[in-house]
Design a protein around this ligand. Structure first.
Ligand code: MOS
Length: 677
């Protein structure tokens, strides 16, 4: 054994910075081992370092601890009554357009319900892990399971008081992130501090059980929705409020009510609000698809209830409340193909063959139910940089401080650069995942293609334009006398059709005595608030379930998702994203819940054995389609956010299908057998 660090001997760190920022994001503001307080079950109280993991784990069991117990507060419907107004985190906490109260009074049809969702954990296959190594010059290299290389670098610099240029963060691949690895958690900082104190590299890998309390989770929500409409189902008012737990020291907000700010219009007014309850637990965090996937369960379930109250088909109801302008800001949407999603998705599903009455469709002894839901998802905008180098052998190297969390980023970046340069993809090598590469944004928010992808495209086009310049004016210029606009890239080089003249990049560089040609790309998108248009992705999804009336078991039978994520760059990776998102949504709808002991505040199911996620046997073949078009305001690539959009509204579509199958409206996720029987 090498050392036991406790609050009494752990070197002190700087406090985590306020206000919270995506540029240097901490997962949890409170740092353990800095004082003798214990705020939540699972808070680390000591760090044991040994030369082997087995020695360290054994030594940790020998640490003797004395506790002084104090009463604790946990999240439930009772404590939710003590909810407070949190300070702003990502977006304004409350919103009000028009007069929602008046709109609700005006309606002849009214739905007022409470919907709840459970605590959930990311449960990535790969645990969080950090290797921290200091060099003789005071430089720190972190091999880190992170979705946000540069954010980690900045946060570590601030909290450890180490100059930013002395820090390198490396993360070439992840074995699952889902938002859980977007921010920096305390164990990363403790690893770096311990490595410094011991003057040797230190590695921490969280155990499966520690993954429940030492890093973030998705907080439960209690949401109340009021919808009011005229007798045709045209909305007059929407009121949506959500309450969720946060830790005693942080004010994490799950912006569930945000769904109601952007999806449907209401004639007289829409108001939304969020509250939090400070309880004794670790700080919650973003988990795919944060905010939207929770809020849509309430909104799109309530819309289904309204459809039944109005006697209007659920798809028709959505068409009636569609809007060309963003209900919150009043700005027109850049593109909004939700009508196409509804029409084409519905046609593919065969929605017109559905008989609307609950329990009216059967397959033998099984009850069949069909449900649908619409979806809107935020289009995140972050600056990104990239570099493209043309090499003397005619190949290209793409370098970007973006990284790969399993979505196919290496593949799509290669494709984008190859396309701009006119190279075969095999001729393009992509390097990601290192803060020594050009600075990019976090691999979160389904933002990579539109933002980091744009920076790669711009860098590749800049390299191509430099090559064109050489071909027009360089040594023995092959296109001398031509105009830049006449030159096209393709077949590994450039050509001017009018002259029937072409040259490869390899020849061009050799002719000019150049070993390589380097160009930079920088994408700096318009801020969300200041653009002329509101930019969002949209979807309509259709689910068919088969319910065993005796056992209450719900199985997904069929699923059709129609998505407007702008231009699709790679249909294969996009389809994989969509299938993964739907499966993620099935977990939310039917299986996932982190159960907490109401007396100790400990998570009970701290393992895959107790936390259920869908397996292959739970998932039928999924039918996904993309109906969006090039959106030039979203990105020079024309793409809008896709990945997380596909996990939004799976749960309400399934809940609505369960109602259609059984006549039971389940307003509490997940939909487990005891709620059906
Ligand atoms: Mo996602 S929760 O933005 O990684």
């Amino acid at each position: 054994m090498l050392a036991v660090f406790t609050h009494s001997n752990m070197p002190r760190m700087n406090p985590t910075p306020k206000p919270w920022s995506h540029l240097h994001p901490h997962g949890q503001g409170y740092l353990p081992l800095q004082d003798d307080k214990i705020h939540y079950a699972g808070q680390p109280i000591a760090l044991v370092v040994a030369t082997t993991r087995d020695q360290a784990l054994h030594a940790a069991t020998l640490v003797a601890v004395q506790y002084h117990a104090e009463p604790a507060v946990f999240f439930d419907r009772e404590t939710a009554r003590e909810a407070v107004d949190p300070p702003q985190f990502l977006w304004p906490v409350a919103s009000s357009v028009g007069d929602a109260e008046k709109g609700i009074r005006e309606g002849v049809l009214r739905i007022a319900q409470t919907y709840t969702t459970s605590d959930r954990h990311h449960n990535q296959m790969e645990p969080h892990a950090t290797v921290a190594a200091w060099d003789a010059g005071g430089g720190l290299t972190l091999y880190e399971t992170t979705q946000h290389l540069f954010g980690a670098k900045e946060l570590v610099s601030i909290v450890l008081g180490v100059p930013i240029e002395k820090i390198t963060v490396i993360s070439h691949f992840l074995g699952g992130g889902f938002g859980g690895k977007a921010y920096v958690w305390p164990h990363t900082l403790l690893t770096a501090v311990a490595a410094k104190a011991l003057n040797r590299p230190v590695r921490i890998q969280l155990t499966r059980a520690q993954m429940y309390s030492m890093v973030g989770h998705q907080p439960a929500t209690i949401q109340t929705i009021e919808l009011a409409a005229d007798r045709h189902g045209k909305l007059t008012g929407i009121r949506h409020e959500s309450t969720s737990p946060s830790s005693v020291f942080d004010s994490y907000i799950e912006y569930a009510a945000m769904a109601s700010r952007h999806l449907w219009t209401a004639g007289t007014g829409i108001s939304t609000n969020h509250k939090i309850v400070h309880v004794n637990r670790n700080t919650p965090t973003a988990m795919r698809s944060p905010h939207e996937a929770l809020g849509h369960f309430a909104l799109e379930s309530a819309m289904d209830e309204l459809a039944y109250a109005a006697g209007v088909d659920p798809v028709q109801l959505r068409l009636r409340n569609d809007s060309e302008t963003d209900p919150l800001s009043g700005r027109p949407f850049s593109t909004r193909a939700i009508r196409k999603c509804l029409a084409q998705g519905g046609a593919r599903f065969g929605w017109d063959k559905r008989t609307p009455a609950p329990r009216s469709m059967r397959d033998g002894r099984y009850l069949i139910g069909q449900g649908m839901a619409g979806a809107v998802y935020t289009h995140w905008r972050w600056p990104a940089k990239a570099r493209v180098t043309l090499k003397s052998d005619g190949s290209a190297l793409v370098e970007a401080g973006m990284h790969e969390l399993g979505t196919g980023t290496y593949t799509v970046m290669q494709q984008v650069a190859a396309d701009a340069l006119g190279l075969e993809p095999e001729m393009v090598t992509v390097r990601l995942g290192d803060t020594r590469l050009p600075a990019s944004h976090a691999a979160i928010g389904s933002a990579t293609m539109a933002n980091a992808g744009a920076s790669v495209m711009l860098a590749a086009k800049a390299a191509r334009d430099k090559a064109i310049e050489l071909a027009l004016t360089g040594r023995e210029a092959p296109f001398g006398g031509s105009l830049p606009g006449e030159v096209v890239a393709g077949d590994g080089g450039l050509s001017v059709r009018r002259k029937n003249s072409s040259i490869t990049y390899a020849q061009l560089l050799a002719r000019n005595g150049m070993g390589e040609l380097v160009a930079d790309g920088s994408y700096d998108p318009v801020e969300e608030a200041s653009g002329p248009n509101a930019i969002f992705s949209f979807a309509a999804v259709f689910a068919e379930v088969r319910v065993d009336p005796d056992l209450g078991l719900v199985r997904l039978n069929r699923f059709v998702g129609a998505y407007d994520a702008g231009r699709i760059i790679n249909p294969k990776t996009a389809r994989s994203q969509a299938i993964g998102g739907v499966i993620w949504g099935v977990g939310q709808a039917l299986l996932e819940q982190s159960e907490m002991d109401p007396t100790t505040g400990r998570y009970l199911n701290r393992n895959y054995s107790g936390y259920l996620v869908p397996t292959n046997a739970d998932i039928p073949s999924l039918d996904v389609m993309f109906v969006g078009e090039f959106d030039e305001q979203a990105s020079p690539l024309g793409a809008k956010g896709l990945g997380e959009l596909t996990a939004v509204s799976v749960a309400p579509a399934i809940a609505n299908a369960v109602y259609h199958a059984t006549g039971k409206r389940v307003r509490d996720l997940p939909i487990t057998v005891e709620k059906i029987l």
